[in-house]
Design a protein around this ligand. Structure first.
Ligand SMILES: Nc1ncnc2c1ncn2[C@@H]1O[C@H](COP(=O)(O)OP(=O)(O)O)[C@@H](O)[C@H]1O
Ligand code: SF4
Ligand SMILES: [Mg+2]
Length: 450
């Protein structure tokens, strides 16, 4: 896949495929594993809220509010958090489908934060996105061949042997029948459609693939197949992934490192092993404690589950100090007034908390607030029985197999069928990114995928 396809550029001035915008040589295989591929600093996205006849800005939705992280070549960074925490917005910011309000995004050492349409064009080959909903992200009026060949046409790339041959090869790579070139999306199942979306994302041999909930709209029985496909493709093609999911078991399976997001912030960032063996942020602890343990040996072992009460607060006016203090059972006065900084408390494990778990207290001597004790419910599970409902409140994302989830997501402002498709091929995305600046809806959309 990443071998030189002998492509030629005809109508645009872009580096030959296999060259990054920074000119660092063959994309996938030459990017030294472990080197920083993407660097995000202080990244923000505030969607303006406008009201009145004059559409004056009266506030903003702080969807992403100052996040810092790196993505290293060849790794998978998992991003997890409840619905409305800003995961999708973050994904669209780093793929530059949205214009950031503040902070910076560097790709291969190049600042791409405010690149315009022309400047982003070569970048579009290197950074691709896979969307949650394979129903709305594929244009129903286009054939599979048309959909997967769109990136070649938009970028003016002619693969050796022709586009059709290359598209058929891609279909095979993702486990679909190359003979289905002329079929339409509705003729495929959800899992197959997601494979089409993956083939389209891979068409231009990208370095970084950002997958936003790539399996959560799929039937549970199909999810593992798609996750395994992503895994295999990464091995084979040396891809770097940012995989966004609310499902911690998916995140655990795919990630090398994990960023936990809460209300527009990263609250914990650690390698998978550290995070799962000794989570430090109370929010991470709560998320993980809600996940049933799949280990049959542990069945029958009594365990306590922490269930957070209530929903994520509004990102229009997030809580003061630590944003999690309204739901945290460890909250003290300092948590209400001082925002904790994301600091490395163990090698490879960063956390933003005054009173972390599994680490020394950062603000000792503080008394837990009386209301903090009411913010959770602890449920004891035992005798091999998995709880039938208590898991839901923490991972409060849409039911995974219900079409309603897909429909809700498709109604998201930035992901209509047509835009998602062209965004993935990443041309029209420029227009969308530009339009997003100051072009937010009058009223903030409450989390669209609830
Ligand atoms: N275009 C938009 N205009 C206004 N608010 C938005 C827009 N897109 C997302 N939001 C809001 O930003 C917050 C974060 O949304 P999102 O990034 O979709 O979270 P997640 O993917 O974690 O569920 C939510 O409160 C959502 O309603
Ligand atoms: S202990 Fe304080 S700082 Fe830590 S998560 Fe809870 S409220 Fe936030
Ligand atoms: Mg989302």
């Amino acid at each position: 896949m990443s071998e030189d396809k002998g492509v030629t550029d005809n109508d645009v001035t872009i580096p030959a495929q296999g060259k990054g915008a920074a000119g660092q040589g063959v994309l996938n295989k030459e990017a030294a594993p472990g080197e920083v591929l993407l660097k995000v600093s202080g990244l923000q996205k505030h969607f303006p809220i406008r009201s009145g006849l004059l559409k004056r800005q009266t506030g903003s939705v702080k969807a992403v509010d100052g996040i810092d992280f790196d993505v290293r070549s060849g790794e998978t960074l998992g991003v997890v958090g409840e619905s409305g925490c800003g995961k999708s917005t973050m994904g669209r910011l780093i793929t530059r489908l949205l214009e950031p309000t503040g902070g910076s995004v560097e790709f291969e050492g190049r600042d791409i934060t405010h690149l315009g349409v022309r400047g982003m064009r070569p970048m579009r080959r290197d950074v691709q996105m896979i969307f949650q909903d394979p129903y709305s992200s594929l244009n129903p009026r286009h054939t599979v061949g048309g959909i997967i060949s769109a990136p070649f046409k938009l970028q003016g790339v002619k693969p050796e042997g022709g586009i059709r041959k290359e598209v058929q090869r891609l279909l095979e790579v993702v486990g679909l029948n190359p003979e289905h070139y002329n079929r339409y999306p509705h003729e495929f199942s959800g899992g197959q459609r997601q494979r089409i979306g993956i083939a389209r994302a891979l068409a231009l041999n990208p370095k970084l693939v950002v997958a936003d909930e790539p399996v959560s709209a799929l039937d549970v029985s199909i999810q593992a197949q798609v996750v395994n496909l992503l895994d295999d493709l990464q091995q084979e093609l040396g891809l770097t992934y940012v995989i966004i999911a609310h499902d911690l078991s998916v995140i655990r399976h795919v990630s090398d490192r994990i960023a936990v997001m809460y209300l527009g912030k990263i609250v914990e960032l650690a390698d998978r092993k550290s995070l799962y063996s000794a989570p430090m942020h109370p929010y991470t602890t709560a998320l993980m404690s809600a996940v049933p343990v799949p280990d049959p040996k542990r069945r029958g072992v009594k365990s306590e589950r922490i269930l957070l009460k209530g929903d994520v607060p509004s990102p229009i006016s997030p809580p003061s100090g630590c944003r999690f203090h309204t739901r945290c059972w460890k909250a003290t006065e300092v948590c209400k007034t001082q925002e904790p900084v994301l600091v490395e408390l163990k090698p490879g494990q960063r956390v933003a908390c005054h009173h972390p778990e599994n680490a020394p207290d950062q603000a000792p001597g503080e008394a837990i607030l009386p209301e903090a004790r009411e913010s959770i419910e602890v449920v004891t599970i035992g005798e091999g029985a998995e709880p039938s409902e208590p898991v839901a409140p923490v991972a409060s994302e849409p039911a995974e197999t219900e079409p309603a989830a897909a429909t809700a997501e498709s109604a998201a402002p930035a992901e209509s069928a047509a835009t998602a498709e062209s965004a993935a091929t990443a041309e029209a995305a420029d227009g969308k990114g530009g339009a997003s600046r100051g072009d937010a809806p009058e009223e903030p959309q409450e989390s669209t995928d609830k």
